[in-house]
Design a protein around this ligand. Sequence first.
Ligand code: GLC
Length: 797
Amino acid sequence: MRYGYFDDAAREYVIDRVDVPQSMTNYLGTQRMGTVISHNAGGYSWLDSPQHHRITRFRPNGVPMDWPGHYVYLRDEESGKYWSVSWQPTGLPLDEAKYEARHGLSYSRFLCETEGIRGEQILFIPREEGGEDPVEIFDVRIRNDSDRERKLSVFGYVEFSFHEIDMDNQNFQMSLYAAGSHREDGAAVCELHYEKDAFQFFAGNFEPDGFDGVRESFIGPYRTERNPLGVEKGALSGSLELGGNPCGALQKKITLAPGEEKRVLFYLGTGRGDAARKARERYDEAGCDRAFGELRRFWDEKLGRLQVSTPHENMNRSLNIWNFYQSEVNVLFSRFSSFIEVGGRTGLGYRDTAQDAMCIPHGEPAMCEKRIRQLLHGQMRAGYGLHLFDPAVLEKGEDDGFKSPTVIPEADKKSMLHGIKDACADDALWLIPAIIENVRESGDLSFFDEVIPFADEGEATVWDHMKAALDFSYAQTGSHGVTKGLRADWNDCLNLGGGESAMVAFLLIWATNHFLDAAAALGREEDIAKYARLKAGMEETCRETLWNGEWFLRGFTAYGRPIGALDAKEGKVHMESNTWAVVSGAATREMGLSCMDAVDEWLYTPWGLMLNAPSFVTLDDSIGFVTRVYPGVKENGAIFSHPNPWAWVAECMLGRGGRAMKFYDALLPENQNDKMEIRQAEPYSYCQFIMGKDHTAFGRARHPFMTGSSGWAYYAATRYMLGIRPGFDGLTVDPCIPAEWDGFEAVRKWRGAEYRIRVENPEHVEKGVRRITVDGKVAETIPAFTEGIHTVDILMG
Ligand code: GLC
């Protein structure tokens, strides 16, 4: 069963049955200000940090799950009937009103038709040079589709939040008296009295006919956003108070002749009356149209950097629009702003951010580079990364500002630094391919010589930061000579401590491969000799100690017990070790074919590959928290999406394009649009996990958008399945596709040039390039041009 459809021309997902089992998410904003918004207009905004600078309030894990929001209500002044333009919060019965929600790229659109009135609300945050003074715009149009004159009231409503999320959620004996409401220049202004110059506003492009600055006055006692008193009465009370819960509620009365449409704009931003006035002037109707046009053009240009045309419609839709968009959102808002991570944490998760920045360097190079610099700064001199850290705190250094026992203490640098005991064995290793993919994209080798401080002490070139990460991992080995698992490896719930992790060993080999490629481009012979030797040693150890005859062990506990042995009853076959054995190149071809067959046999489901099978059922703290997670959920036997693309890469490296596509198709959200009663999640977004076979809700997806699955899906599909990979000196096109494909086309922009790639597959092979033709001439390689349009014809065979 489906709840919506893809409108590819508009690049929108259209929810035409709004009563979906779980509301569907989108993100607004492309710079500093962000809003997470549901198809019910529920959600919240922040500036820079969802933890430290929240603008509007969200009630986490609430009932309903996506309230409150950025709402517009309409009221018929004659009949007294009222409704919201988004289906919620008023939630009119769907036989009384026609509702539709459209999620587009950085905007959402809500539509309602009832009582002869068509209401439309577009929410978006304009892009601006430098991203300063950000404002969210509510662009509302109301049309009279009846044959008589209508008198209506339009209400815009938001509930303000304390900046600091902890302050917003606790110690109400203090916090309820620490914020106040003002009316300035027709705008509702919320003041956070405890901070210096902390104001936020909600304004309209009109002098309001009604106003409320206090939530309780607008909503009324024993009511909710579903039936606010102010809207029901058709008159707001003009409430203002120093203390309480500030809100912004503005009323505008309009009269519409039959067929007439009027437009009303609301603005949400930081600052006070003068900032509201500025927003009103900058984004009058023409300014608003201009800003929306710019946002559309911004995405057109960005998506245009890689467009593919394959025989697989949903793959095209995903790579050309949604998968790329999701990956961008991850890099931009990395990563704690969603309905699940409700902003209670802040800063960067080391491994997640590194992988996000690795996967789409062509999308937002400046943002990826910024993230990489922040991660380099978040690396300890000993070589490991700070698992979760706030770059702003690192940059700020020690803080000796105002401290009060009644407000939430600020994070300081000292408490953010942690020792090896709390280090995750994989974190800093992801940074190496992330750096190198970004340099391959830009061609700027000088980046390796840039000097960046460590988190604790001293500084080093980017190159030496990478060596510190490698040296740390090559030194952290256990009794079998395999790298230790430490607090966790990629799998947060596998807590091996001094036990050993196959995943990290293979990741270390893969990171070294990237490093050696860069060292070759720079001619750093000494480094090549040293790290090639270390790598060869680790490869041999892995083949000798981790191979169980059919597949690779996941590792050893600190007591030396193997995880993933042939005769294991639970936790028998694991995705991470087997895919990475192949991706790293450490497995022989025979081992690779055998272990990926085991992945297919034990882990494949029509919803994607499970992380491990059978799920763990016996508590065992020497393996880790994974044994305390319910079978079939998250890291214990769910279809954890993030590692699925590793299997696509592995199959491509083995040359099995059909198998890679089988795995790809199982996970692809767009393929599941007609199974929403089971999936219960956005068909345009990879989700963190899908319940596995061992769970009663098998097939139910959870946690959309903010997940490393997205970047990796894009990376694996574009670089390995379609095989388009930038290198230091040239472009590689080495596809691995299903044999039945006749070929595909792609346009890739890279370092100032445009490559028009056409792949032909007349012999219907899965892999293999027989001839490369560049600009009409047969060539050995595809050079890195710096300008112009170039044709690349690839003949497979
Ligand atoms: C979550 C975490 C990520 C981790 C994964 C597996 O997605 O954000 O860091 O690798 O779970 O445990």
